[in-house]
Write a protein that binds this ligand. Structure first.
Ligand code: ACO
Length: 338
């Protein structure tokens, strides 16, 4: 007689690969020079302290889901995947179109992915890698064949445009990836995800949830805008991104020298320089685009990945390290065989 385990064996796990990427940023460019007329700041300070030269700002009515859908269309085209083939849509965002339905459901409607289950993930700037790992597990467990992962944010909608400490840093955009099993590639080799809720207050939007609901007083006090302790965030960013990078390197048995390209969260050039120095990896191996877009939160690493892939910078079979950090605190890293 057959035992239960032989009658209904667990299927072996399988790898998941990124088979196509896409990205989209709004047309409107907001330069440092324009910010000089909005708050007491100057181009030189912004460039020296952050590396940011300009950022993109979505138009009124141009929502997170619209940018996400455009990035998704490009990723589907790049992967040769039709909307109806998508089983699952995961959108990483902290600026959803609506509290509910999820932005993923709005994206589903825009692109006609009628067979997909949809949900959002809130892990701030780390959200795209969190979603990539969730997608990998669905594919590994054969719970999904084709997953659309999107990082998208319209941070301009939650920035306090009178606060020079934060308003110069952020921009809007979306990046997307299609994941599937590819028998010819190891795909996502290892991922690490971490969080530290004890540091929740250093980077957050206090109002708008049930703790501090939207009232006239709370809106007047700007509690529905992003608030940040910049110096502390900077320190935590370097520490936690280094921790995440070291853990995936250890798990894969790779050394920094083996990494072909590092795609980091695009928050501040000085954070990336600190990482490059500590890892002993030259800045020329980091893909950086923050000078054009600023920090686009969950979209940042996804847009950078798409740009790096399209520019031919990522070579088939070469290990790519993605490493991110965001409010929560949250952080994550992945090593992918491209
Ligand atoms: N223009 C001119 N001066 C400014 C500006 C500005 N836009 N912003 C701050 N200053 C001033 C400050 O008021 C301060 O003046 P003071 O010395 O008279 O008090 C001075 O510049 C230095 O301020 P610091 O905060 O010490 O400047 P710092 O070198 O730390 O740079 C920055 C600030 C750019 C915010 C940096 O701390 C940083 O990048 N932190 C990390 C931010 C980050 O990564 N956030 C996103 C995380 S991802 C997510 O989940 C959204």
């Amino acid at each position: 007689m057959k035992t239960h385990s032989t009658v209904n064996p667990l299927p072996p796990n399988r790898s998941a690969s990124i088979i196509g990427t896409g990205s989209h940023v709004p047309e409107r460019v907001l330069t440092n020079a324009e910010l000089e007329s909005m708050v007491e700041t100057n181009h030189q300070w912004i460039v020296e302290r952050t590396g940011i030269v300009e950022r993109r700002i979505a138009a009124d009515g141009e929502c997170t889901s619209h940018m996400a859908a455009e990035a998704a269309r490009q990723a589907m085209k790049n992967a040769g995947v039709a909307p109806a083939e998508i089983d699952l849509i995961l959108v990483a965002t902290i600026t959803p179109d609506t509290v509910f339905p999820s932005t993923a459901c709005h994206v589903q409607r825009h692109i006609g992915a009628v067979n997909a289950a949809c949900m959002d993930v809130n892990a701030a700037c780390s959200g795209f890698l969190y979603c990539v790992e969730i997608a990998r597990q669905f594919i590994a467990n054969r719970a999904a064949e084709t997953v659309l992962v999107i990082g998208a944010d319209k941070l301009s909608s939650i920035v306090n445009w009178q606060d020079r400490n934060t308003c110069v840093l952020f921009g809007d955009g979306a990046g997307a990836a299609i994941l599937r099993h590819n028998p010819e590639s190891r795909g996502i080799i290892a991922t690490y995800m971490g969080s530290d809720g004890n540091h929740a207050d250093i980077l957050h939007m206090p109002g708008g949830g049930c703790a501090i609901p939207i009232t006239r007083e709370n809106v007047d006090a700007k509690l529905n805008t992003l608030q940040m302790n910049g110096r502390e965030t900077f320190k935590q960013a370097v520490t936690s991104m280094m921790r995440a990078a070291n853990i995936v390197l250890e798990r894969t048995g790779l050394s920094p020298d083996d990494i072909h390209c590092v795609i980091p969260h695009q928050a501040n050039i000085r954070i990336i320089e600190a990482m490059a120095e500590r890892m002993g990896i030259g800045m020329d191996r980091f893909h950086i685009n923050l000078e054009k877009y600023g920090n686009t939160s969950a979209a940042a690493v996804a847009i950078a990945l798409d740009e790096a892939a399209r520019s031919g910078r990522l070579h088939r079979g070469a290990p790519v390290l993605l490493v991110v950090f965001g409010g929560g605190l949250t952080y994550a890293s992945s090593i992918i065989e491209w």
